[in-house]
Write a protein that binds this ligand. Structure first.
Ligand SMILES: Cc1ncc(COP(=O)(O)O)c(C=O)c1O
Length: 376
């Protein structure tokens, strides 16, 4: 079976972890610092904070933007506009912050939020907006910024945006990596992402103040750079979490970071092959490709006619395919927030993702395309 996802692990990672284990310091230490410096340079933004998962990063990001003074007054049960087509992590983070999700419809051609629907749904009750760059295809961030300008003109405030970049390591918008467009961006380094630390995540912040607060709140609210007396440190002005990354995960990350460009290149090359071969194939539709952004193609999304039969046909041919994320609005835990979402209905009726990763050989991808072209 050609897998849909697989761990991309550098052969150097084992030795890097062994050095940390032998060094006597395995918590958040010099390797995390080194990893963060490498990430700053890679993303081109000095304001970063590693965390122990993408989920933790999303949780903390929502806290930062909906409770800006740290007094708890921001999380007043206000609304967060969010996508129902994602891993539940972001939507659980909304609930965990005492906020209410309000679904934005999905554009089947991008599988991202439908920006027209988003513009319609911003109200004075909007506390934040969460977007996901589905499968690594960037949301139109310039259009989103225009929508926020309009909201500001209408309501006198600009809702903060959190970009869930969990699928999108290596993706660029207008030539720049995600995390440089004025919002809080959160990456996931979970096991089967393009780039893994075992488990882990990264927050990329728009300014020094938010970055400093993120770095404090990821570790109990304590400023680790402040002078202390042994283990005794100064007063904690604002409570925080235990969300920091440790040196073991950072060592895995540093080893893998050295190879991510090569990994992403192969994902993109496989995707370009599918784009060419499937553009005119019967019964399938390739999703949008805008010239101003480059997807990282964590998986290859395809809209297909007769989805159940397609999945059976591909599985019998030894190719694992999947929708990847169940629609969140139908989960019992979220049903009370249900609304009409015709774009999402159309998307889930047709969406199937193909394997596109580095492990997909020239022979595999030819087999995948020929299987699709043979019909189902
Ligand atoms: C879209 C999306 N957001 C968030 C997450 C959560 O990331 P993590 O597993 O690092 O907590 C995932 C994980 O798979 C994801 O796919």
């Amino acid at each position: 079976m050609i897998p849909l996802m697989r761990v991309e692990m550098s052969q150097e990672a084992g030795a890097a972890v062994s050095r940390v284990l032998a060094g006597g310091m395995i918590g958040q230490g010099p390797v995390v610092d080194e990893f963060e410096q490498a990430l700053r340079e890679r993303i081109g933004n000095p304001y970063v904070a590693t965390v122990n998962s993408g989920t933790s990063g999303l949780h903390l990001a929502l806290r930062l933007v909906t409770d800006p003074t740290g007094t708890g007054t921001g999380a007043d049960g206000g609304e967060v506009l969010t996508t129902p087509l994602t891993m539940v992590a972001a939507n659980w983070a909304i609930l965990a912050n005492g906020l209410r999700p309000k679904w934005v419809d999905v554009d089947p051609m991008t599988l991202n939020v439908d920006l027209d629907d988003l513009a319609r749904k911003i109200t004075p009750a909007t506390r934040a907006i969460v977007i996901v760059h589905f499968a690594g295809y960037p949301v139109d961030l310039a259009r989103l910024s225009d929508i926020l300008d309009e909201a500001e003109a209408a309501y006198g405030f600009r809702p903060p945006v959190i970009e869930d970049c969990a699928h999108a390591w290596g993706a660029t918008y207008r030539g720049t990596p995600l995390g440089n467009h004025g919002n809080v961006a959160v990456y996931s380094f979970q096991s089967v992402k393009h780039f893994t630390t075992g488990d882990g995540g990264l927050m990329v912040l728009p300014d020094a103040q938010l970055a400093e607060r993120a770095r404090r709140l990821r570790w109990f609210g304590i400023d680790r750079s402040a002078p202390g007396r042994g283990l005794v440190r100064a007063d904690i002005p604002e409570w925080g979490y235990k969300f920091h990354m440790n040196d073991i995960n950072a060592a895995i990350g540093l080893a893998n970071l050295a190879e991510t460009d090569e990994v992403i290149r192969r994902y993109r090359d496989n995707a370009a092959f599918y784009d060419r071969e499937l553009a005119t194939a019967d019964g399938v539709r390739v999703t949008e490709r805008a010239a101003d952004r480059q997807s990282s193609f964590w998986v290859y999304p395809l809209l297909v006619r007769g989805k159940d039969a397609f999945i059976k046909h591909m599985t019998e041919a030894g190719v694992m395919v999947s929708q990847v994320h169940e629609r969140n609005d139908r989960h019992t835990a979220l049903r009370r927030y249900a609304s009409l979402l015709p774009g999402l209905d159309r998307a889930v009726e047709q969406l199937v993702c193909l394997p596109v990763g580095r492990w997909v050989s020239d022979e595999d991808r030819r087999h995948i395309v020929d299987t699709i072209k043979a019909g189902w």
